[in-house]
Design a protein around this ligand. Structure first.
Ligand code: ADP
Ligand code: MG
Length: 616
């Protein structure tokens, strides 16, 4: 088209498209759920705007919040249309080509290593999956603030945008036309589309309609000889007495099959979270999780919790622990507030970027909250300030921590990941080692929680796992540590460092271990910070054994102290220029003659190491 403006795809986007278009990937189905998910997002957006301004919906068909699919078998076109918010010309340019999202290159990398396309939606580049099945795509869109435009591309590095003067006006929303490739013919079958919607888009909260072919029975006037029909239809002169004139033995009509087309609703729009938990099957929760998390792998979530809160603040919620941590969970931890909960108010989707619902350290959870108490007709900013949110947040944290605790209680196997692999290989992995698995994926979040959430510190400390001089290669907990404490032992002993083999050989531990004390090995850089916040647990203090203050029951130290008084004094003055605070006789060593320990309030040697390398 001569009036079309041409644009080049941003380089990473172009690369992604190349990979998709040349992919030999067999499961190309995913494009449909990505398009439906985009349509649903667009509908959510217009519905949200309509809460404060009814006008935006328009009238007649334009106001219908739905998704429609149509097939043109002759031209091999599949089109998907929504009456969502639509895109302005600028939106089309930016969203579909010129601005690469942060996930683009991450996804390209992932694609090349794993070849798994299932996660495309999670990386924010789902739209481009259309090129798995189409070699030419048109996006027709009408936003309330702009004219109707057509975006089109053959995935040849460029796209074009034109003002739409030839298609039927959409009213509002977006129609995506896929000109299917030769080998993608299966997507022209109605049954295939119905099947895919059932499988992947079951939890879309808007009606999805397919313009489908129906065989219907029609009554036509019976004819003496069946050969000719249309031409000589007996148009009898009909009178009011027509009925009486029919004789009983002569059939007046007969039934024939005819095909027509009509809209067929493919999903029943039911909100799973409104149902009673006992009526929802595990399989339904799993599917719901997949659609929420845009993660369509095979894996089940590790756990979930579905509950409702009553009283002053009413809401329903479903929380999931994902099977795996997302690729960038801790990468973006400090500059990303976004929780993974979707907020609904009375069934209306409000936002999935609400940072007031969960504290940062629980951002690994996925889920949904639907509140009847929050007001519907206010802006997001005002909602963010609403007093009920505090109550909701408090209950969500409580429930989340309960869910994680139960994960342990139901399956207390604490084999480490290595053992876990053996179990997996032996095929008996349905439940075993769930908590170790959880710890492996999300343990760091629990530690960050201990640092950040003073109110729940004790609850979180219960969830803490580590290895120790007595844990025998398995994970162990503070409660288990306490149950093994020697009589007379007051403090919980730990040591920090970069790996446990090295720690086990540390001179700081010699005597303690010989005497049968247990020492916790903290080997994660975050542990140093953790222990600055975790001062005590169940009335017991923590003692870093590389610092001063280790108290173990022993006799004879007093005498030794006396006997070596002068020597220690001399040492102290001799080492004054080395910034040594004190020199003491100690009972913590067995074979090593002496050791440098850190002041109680100073950084441990390990912390110094971390600060030097800044590895958190
Ligand atoms: P994501 O949905 O994760 O943002 P996509 O690649 O699927 O990533 O879509 C890119 C963007 O294009 C969307 O964020 C949205 O702004 C826009 N978009 C795609 N489809 C539609 C649609 N049907 N209606 C309105 N905007 C759309
Ligand atoms: Mg999308």
């Amino acid at each position: 088209r001569s009036s079309a403006e041409k644009f080049e795809f941003q380089a990473e986007v172009s690369r992604l498209m190349d990979i998709l278009i040349n992919s030999l990937y067999s499961n190309k189905d995913i494009f449909l759920r990505e398009l439906i998910s985009n349509a649903s997002d667009a509908l959510d957006k217009i519905r949200f705007l309509s809460l404060t301004d009814k006008e935006v919906l328009g009238d007649g068909d334009t106001a219908k919040l739905e998704i429609q699919m149509k097939l043109d078998k002759d031209k091999k076109i599949l089109s998907i249309r929504d009456r969502g918010i639509g895109m302005t010309k600028e939106d089309l340019i930016k969203n579909l080509g010129t601005i690469a999202k942060s996930g683009t290159s991450a996804f390209v990398e992932k694609m090349q290593t794993s070849g798994d396309l299932n996660l495309i939606g999670q990386f924010g580049v789902g739209f481009y999956s259309v090129y798995l099945v189409a070699d030419y795509v048109e996006v027709i869109s009408k936003h309330n603030d702009d004219k109707q435009y057509v975006w089109e591309s053959k995935a040849d590095g460029a796209f074009a945008i034109s003002e739409d003067t030839w298609n039927e006006p959409l009213g509002r929303g977006t129609e995506i036309r896929l000109h299917l490739r030769e080998e993608a013919g299966e997507y022209l079958e109605e049954s295939k589309l119905k099947d895919l919607v059932k499988r992947y888009s079951e939890f879309i909260n808007f009606p999805i309609n397919l313009w489908s072919t129906k065989e219907i029975d029609v009554e036509v006037p019976a004819d003496e000889d069946d050969s000719t029909e249309e031409e000589d239809k007996p148009e009898e002169e009909d009178t009011e007495k027509g009925d009486d004139e029919e004789s009983e033995d002569k059939p007046k009509t007969k039934t024939v099959k005819e095909t027509t087309q009509e809209w067929e609703l493919l999903n029943d729009v039911k909100a799973i979270w409104l149902r009673s938990p006992k009526d929802v099957t595990d399989e339904e929760y799993t599917k719901f999780y997949h659609s929420l998390a845009k993660d369509f792998g095979e894996e089940k979530p590790m756990s979930w919790s579905h509950f409702s809160a009553e009283g002053d603040v009413e809401f329903k919620a479903v929380l999931f622990v994902p099977p795996k941590a997302p690729h960038d969970l801790y990468e973006s931890y400090y500059n990303n507030n976004k929780s993974n909960l979707k907020l609904y108010v009375r069934r209306v989707f409000i936002s999935d970027e609400f940072d007031e619902l969960l504290p940062k350290y629980l951002n690994f959870l996925k889920g949904l909250v639907d509140s009847d108490t929050l007001p519907l007709n206010v802006s997001r900013e005002m909602l963010q300030q609403h007093s009920s949110l505090k109550t909701i947040k408090k209950k969500l944290i409580r429930k989340a921590l309960d869910m994680i605790r139960k994960l342990y209680e139901e399956d207390p196997d604490e084999s480490t990941d290595k053992d876990k692999k053996d179990i997996e290989e032996s095929g008996d992995n349905e439940k075993k080692g769930q908590y170790a698995r959880f710890w492996n994926e999300f343990g760091k979040s629990i530690k960050l929680g201990i640092i950040e959430d003073a109110a729940n510190r004790n609850r979180l400390a219960k969830l803490l796992r580590f290895e120790s001089s007595k844990s025998d290669g398995k994970l162990t907990s503070l409660d288990q540590y306490i149950s093994r404490m020697k009589s007379g032992q007051k403090d919980i002993f730990y040591i920090t460092g970069s790996d446990k083999e090295q720690l086990a050989k540390s001179p700081f531990l010699e005597r303690l271990i010989k005497k049968g004390y247990e020492v916790i090995y903290f080997t994660d850089p975050v542990d140093e910070y953790l222990m600055q916040y975790l001062m005590d647990y169940e009335d017991r203090k923590f003692q870093n054994v590389s610092k001063e203050g280790v108290k173990i029951a022993d006799s004879g130290v007093k005498e030794l102290k006396e006997a070596f008084k002068d020597l220690t004094k001399w040492w102290k003055s001799a080492l004054a220029s080395w910034n040594v605070d004190d020199v003491k006789v100690s009972n913590r060593l067995a074979d090593t003659p002496c050791v440098v320990v850190t002041n109680k309030y100073g950084w441990s040697g390990n912390m110094e190491r971390i600060m030097h390398s800044q590895t958190l």
